[in-house]
Write a protein that binds this ligand. Structure first.
Ligand SMILES: *Cc1c(COP(=O)(O)O)cnc(C)c1O
Length: 372
C-alpha cells in the first residue's frame, strides 16, 4: 500500500476547479453587470432552486442559520414559545431557535437513522409548542409523514432543516417541499456549495414568503419603507451566479455520492461497524457517510496513519456545548444522542472521490477490523 497516497475527506478545490470556466464566466457576468445585490442572478437562482425543490418559492439568504432564524421570525415565533428540535444535530438548528427568543425542546433520534423519532414527539408537545424542526441529517430525510400528522393535530408548523439534503427525496417528494417551510445552507462543503456563505428558504406559503422577503431586507419591500424591524440576511449576486453553475451539476454529483455509498455499504457489510440505514421510501443524497463504533477514535487514528482523512459529525452534542452552559438544557441527559456523538465517524465522501479511493478506504477498514 502506498503510504504517500492520501484520500482527503472532501476535495473542495477539485470540486470547484472542475467548473472553473463557468465560474469565471459567472464572475465576469456579475462584474460587468454592475449590480451586486438583489438582481437578476438571484432571481434566476431562486426560480431554478424552487424548481429543484418543487416549491412555489425559494428565497436566497445569507446562510443556513439565518434561513432558519428568518422562517421562525416570519411565523412570529419568539419569547415564550417552544420549538422541538433533534437532540443530535449541528448546533445551528438550536441556535436559530434561541436567536428567535423561543426555547429549543430537544427530542431524541431513532438509533438506526439518527433522525428525529416521531414516536417521541407527542410527549414533548406542550401548550407553548409552536413548531417542529426536523433535520434531514447526513442527507437522508426524517420520517416526515408521522411528524406532519402530529403537527397537524396540534396546529404546529413544520420547518425542515434541509441544510444537508439538497435533492434528497422522501416518498418521491423533494426535501424542501415536505413541511411548511425549509431552510437550506450552501456553505462550501454542502452538496450544493457556494464559494462562500449562502442559504435559502423554500416554501409554498405566500404570506411567509412576503414576510421573510421583508425580514431579510431591513423589513422592507419598497426602498426606504420599513414595515418590520428586519435584518440584513440577503444572498448576493456573485454567490447566486456561482450557485447557478453548481446547481446544474447537483444531480450528477448526488448520483456519484450514491454510488460511493453503495460501494461502502457492500464492502463494509461484514465488519463490526454500524452502517447507515436507508429507510423505506427515502432516497438520500449522502452529504456524509457516517459509521458508528465504540472504537471510533482508534479507527480514526488507524485511517489517519494510512493517509485517509475522516471527521466527526459531531463530537459534542448541542446541550453539552458552552453555548448552552447557562441553560436548563445543559443539565439534561440525552443518552441516545450522547452515545451517537461518541461513536460516529464520517468516512471520505464527495463527488470527486473515485471507485479506487473507496476500495482503498474499504480495504484499510477491513484491515483494521481484522487486527482487532
Ligand atoms: C450547515 C448546517 C446549518 C447551518 O448552515 P450555515 O449556512 O453554515 O449557516 C444548519 N443546520 C445543519 C443541519 C447544517 O448542517
Amino acid at each position: 500500500m502506498e503510504p504517500d497516497v492520501t484520500i482527503p475527506f472532501l476535495d473542495l478545490k477539485t470540486i470547484n476547479l472542475r467548473h472553473r470556466d463557468a465560474l469565471r464566466e459567472a464572475f465576469e457576468r456579475v462584474l460587468e453587470g454592475g449590480w451586486y445585490i438583489q438582481g437578476g442572478e438571484l432571481a434566476a437562482f431562486e426560480s431554478e432552486f424552487a424548481a429543484l425543490c418543487g416549491t412555489d418559492c425559494a428565497i436566497g439568504t445569507s446562510n443556513g442559520l439565518d434561513a432558519l432564524h428568518m422562517i421562525l421570525r416570519g411565523y412570529g415565533i419568539g419569547p415564550g414559545d417552544e420549538v422541538i428540535v433533534p437532540s443530535n444535530t449541528f448546533i445551528a438548528t438550536w441556535l436559530a431557535v434561541s436567536q428567535s427568543g423561543a426555547t429549543p425542546v430537544p427530542v431524541e433520534p431513532v438509533e438506526s437513522t439518527c433522525n428525529l423519532d416521531p414516536e417521541r414527539l407527542a410527549a414533548a408537545v406542550t401548550p407553548r409548542t409552536r413548531a417542529i424542526v426536523p433535520v434531514h441529517l447526513y442527507g437522508q430525510t426524517a420520517d416526515m409523514d408521522p411528524i406532519l400528522a402530529l403537527a397537524r393535530r396540534h396546529g404546529l408548523k413544520v420547518i425542515e432543516d434541509a441544510a444537508q439534503a439538497h435533492g434528497a427525496l422522501y416518498r418521491g417528494r423533494p426535501a424542501g417541499s415536505l413541511g411548511d417551510a425549509a431552510a437550506f445552507s450552501f456553505y462550501p462543503g454542502k452538496n450544493l456549495g457556494a464559494l462562500g456563505d449562502a442559504g435559502a428558504i423554500t416554501t409554498n406559503d405566500p404570506e411567509l414568503t412576503e414576510r421573510v422577503r421583508k425580514l431579510i431586507n431591513y423589513g422592507s419591500s419598497i426602498k426606504y419603507q420599513h414595515d418590520l424591524a428586519g435584518y440584513n440576511c440577503r444572498l448576493d449576486e456573485l454567490q447566486a451566479a456561482f450557485l447557478r453553475v453548481k446547481l446544474r451539476h447537483l444531480e450528477e454529483e448526488n448520483r456519484t455520492r450514491r454510488d460511493i455509498a453503495s460501494r461502502y455499504l457492500a464492502g463494509l457489510a461484514g465488519t463490526p461497524l454500524v452502517l447507515p440505514v436507508v429507510s423505506e421510501g427515502c432516497l438520500p443524497v449522502w452529504h456524509l457517510f457516517v459509521v458508528r463504533t465504540e472504537a471510533r477514535d482508534d479507527l480514526r487514528h488507524y485511517l489517519g496513519e494510512q493517509g485517509i482523512a475522516s471527521q466527526i459529525h459531531y463530537p459534542v452534542p448541542p446541550h453539552r456545548q458552552g453555548a448552552y452552559a447557562g441553560s436548563v438544557l445543559a443539565a439534561k441527559s440525552f443518552p441516545i444522542s450522547e452515545r451517537m456523538h461518541r461513536q460516529v465517524l464520517s468516512l471520505p465522501m464527495g463527488p470527486t472521490m473515485t471507485p479506487d479511493d473507496v476500495e482503498r478506504c474499504i480495504r484499510v477498514i477491513l484491515d483494521w477490523s481484522g487486527k482487532r
